[in-house]
Design a binder for this molecule. Structure first.
Ligand code: PLP
Length: 427
């Protein structure tokens, strides 16, 4: 494939935008090479500025669960746009989508809209602190909750009591209130509670992790965290920015039957426009301004175009009673067939999968936490990524990312993907 125009655009972007991109993973730093500039996307396909076409497994990092530019969502956005893009006043539409979500997601009474997943998680932590009167919270190594300062903390040694800043600009003062533990290691979490009695406001977790590749909770991990939070007066926050409306209409709470105190959303909930949200029971949400004292606000929160795109997307999903079963079936087929091809080539690998999220790790052993994900052969993944890209299959450009399967991926796309993988040259 030729990428002449992409290369020229990247050179130009580099002058005016830090690193040439507006979000780091887009720069292909992990896999190497020059990022590809897209000009359009429809259904299961994206087309770049050099007119190359790709079957795609990023789907805007999750939002495009119906595939790109769904005609009914497009129509709904156009119709709304004719009535104005943003008012900065309340609208009936905001109540409509709030009611719809509250009625369909377990254990929430109220929801507050924001403009990104980062805002949602940042606000949920502030609310948890305001509600409990405690400062510290626990997150898991390899889980991403957006780029707010207190989340950019890596786990030190497993039992680290104080976090270390993992990005310059995060102060030690902020870092000391973020406690980190290994995903799926319940004893570590117990220890953190033991050593910080009465100080922990919340645990925040991706109930199925998608930011160290796809990693599943094991041995009733989520249920055990629920119990531990109850025993210690802490809140359990499910970051469902990825999993919300993707794994099930009621998200991971519904799928695993575990009740969260606060839930954050993003991605699918905005149907491809910038939206995030956080939600919970009345007794917690009532602490938010203007009713309560915990401040949170946003100029474009509840933006009518975004609300309409989100609500239409959710309604389209809900209308199809086989939606999630079909997505899961497509993903299972990809998993099994890719597995067969790689086995025939004697390439050690593991595929983690839940619903329409999956990741391929070139690893001989199971992957159930960040360290194991990091131990996978990422150089081989990068080679795999580039060989597929060259033949029109667009995977997320990093071995630490999840592939998002959309409803637009059908037999034709699966067959083409497998045909390309069959030609993968492993040396
Ligand atoms: N939480 C999770 C689980 C995510 O995957 C992401 C983004 O990928 C975020 C939060 C942050 O969302 P945003 O990029 O919209 O700020």
């Amino acid at each position: 494939m030729l990428y002449q125009r992409s290369s020229a655009l990247f050179d130009e972007a580099y002058h005016y935008i830090p690193g040439g991109v507006n979000s780091p993973v887009r720069a292909f730093k992990s896999v190497g090479g020059v990022p590809i500039f897209m000009k359009s996307a429809k259904g299961a396909y994206m087309t770049d500025v050099d007119d190359n076409q790709y079957i795609e497994y990023i789907n805007s990092w999750g939002p495009a669960i119906l595939g790109h530019t769904h005609p009914e969502v497009l129509e709904a956005i156009k119709k709304q746009a004719e009535n104005g893009f943003s008012y900065g006043t309340p609208t009936e539409l905001e109540t409509e989508i709030a009611k719809y979500i509250v009625e369909n997601v377990p254990n929430i009474d109220q929801i507050r809209m924001v403009s990104s997943g980062t805002e949602a998680c940042m606000s949920a932590i502030r609310l948890a602190r305001g509600f409990t009167g405690r400062n510290k919270f626990i997150k898991f190594e390899g889980c991403y909750h957006g780029h707010s300062d207190s989340f950019l903390i890596k786990a030190g040694s497993g039992m680290a009591t104080f976090g270390n800043p993992s990005s310059p600009g995060v102060t030690p003062g902020t870092a000391q209130d973020t406690l980190t533990a290994t995903y799926n290691d319940f004893e570590q979490v117990e220890d953190l509670f033991r050593h910080n009695q009465g100080e922990i406001a919340a645990i925040i977790i991706e109930p199925v992790a998608g930011n160290m590749g796809c990693v599943l909770p094991e041995n009733n991990f989520l249920q055990k965290l629920r119990t531990l939070c109850d025993e210690n007066g802490a809140l359990l926050i499910f970051d469902e920015v990825m999993t919300g409306f993707r794994l099930a209409f009621g998200g991971a709470q519904e799928l695993y039957g575990v009740k969260a105190d606060l839930v954050t959303f993003g991605k699918v909930i905005g149907g491809g426009l910038p939206v995030g949200a956080f939600a919970g029971r009345n007794e917690i949400m009532d602490h938010l301004a203007p009713k309560g004292a915990v401040y949170q606000a946003g100029t474009l929160s509840g933006n009518p175009l975004a609300m309409r795109a989100g609500l239409t997307t959710l309604q389209l999903i809900k209308k199809d009673e086989n939606f999630y079963a079909n997505l899961a079936k497509t993903t299972e087929t990809l998993d099994f067939e890719i597995g067969k091809i790689l086995n025939a080539k004697s390439i050690p690998h593991r595929i983690n999968r839940k619903g329409s999220m999956m990741s391929l790790f070139f690893h001989v052993n199971a992957v159930s936490n960040f360290k194991e994900a990091a131990d996978a052969n990422h150089a081989l993944f990068n080679n795999f990524f580039h060989q597929l890209l060259e033949k029109g299959i667009y995977l997320p450009p990093s071995g630490y990312e999840t592939w998002f399967i959309s409803d637009a991926i059908k037999e034709t796309e699966i067959d083409k993907t497998l045909e390309v993988i069959r030609k993968f040259e492993y040396s």
